[in-house]
Write a protein that binds this ligand. Sequence first.
Ligand code: AMP
Ligand code: MG
Length: 369
Amino acid sequence: MATVSRNRRPQSTALVRYRSARTPRLPILVVLTLATVALLTGCSSGEPISGEDYLLGTILRVTIQDTGYSQQLLDRVFARVGEIEALMSTTEADYPSTELLELNRASGTAAIPISDDTREVLESALYYSTITDGAFDVTIWPLVRLWDITGEQPFRVPPADAIGEASALVDYSILELREDGSAYLPVAGMGADVGGIAKGYAADVSAAMLREAGVEHALLDFGGNIMVIGAKIDGTPWRIGVQRPDATRNSYIGIVTVADKSVVTSGPYERFQVVDGVRYHHILDPATGYPAESDLEQVTIVSDVSMDADALSTASFVLGLDLALELIEALAGVEAILVTTDREVYVTTGIGDSFRLTDSDFRMADDGR
Ligand code: AMP
Ligand code: MG
């Protein structure tokens, strides 16, 4: 298996057989909502400072509960996230050139030197592409560009032949991350996209900066990608609301109680367009070229590393309930809360008492997984 293994990543020997075991197509439900995970604000002592910025296509909010820190630290964090965006964005309207845009433009022609940041994200994305057997595929860009779910242009469902052509260019297994510090996409028209993982990387880098500065109690909310440093300053764990998938940001179905963890949610309701009663959304199935049709409506992953949670939440949605449970159970230190389209909630065994369902419109699955 062409696995890129790194120590801090959850250990797995599991390779989920996704292509052969995909579920049949399900009717797509129309659900209106805005975002992913809502923070349940609790009372805290001390004088927190907080700041926000708009980067990576979302609002980033950082709250430091320890005293003695200045806004400058938050500014440095946001500037660093801005650097990451400028390296890895594939939004040509925002950036004439980024490392990923250049890599994609040089597909089939030339290898492109990449920074350590981009390499780290591509390595991780390649790892998750491999262990999910391509349900998560870092070379999804031709399909992302074609569907352009939230682009400036009025949305249209692409013609089937264009979807077929773009799908044929999606193949993580031939992306080359070379020893000389370059990357190469060997077929013209291929492209890498890190939209499913980069927010997690940015959260990890930001949390590391805060920890280095001595911060012990902080919350980072990168558009629903949550990362918490320590417990709250009063010593109690952070309480993170898992957003209700068919409601707005402030409505939640349950609470995860965590310290020093990342909590990341993915779901089709985050970005979608409805055409003729059909919901077309932003999580694409590399095997079909269409928005993934899943028996899940929402996936929340709890892990130490936000990049892992980010990739796995997107991947689990594509994999569907059974394969997602199999994958997450096989990974050490990673847990999941999976909500089906039937409003059943499944949790992995290690979640223990840290998740509590509070919304009676949803029910815990009978088998207690
Ligand atoms: P997330 O919001 O983290 O679930 O990621 C969704 C984003 O990931 C999309 O907007 C795309 O940029 C990208 N994406 C969509 N489908 C896939 C896929 N199957 N594998 C990898 N990335 C994907
Ligand atoms: Mg993701």
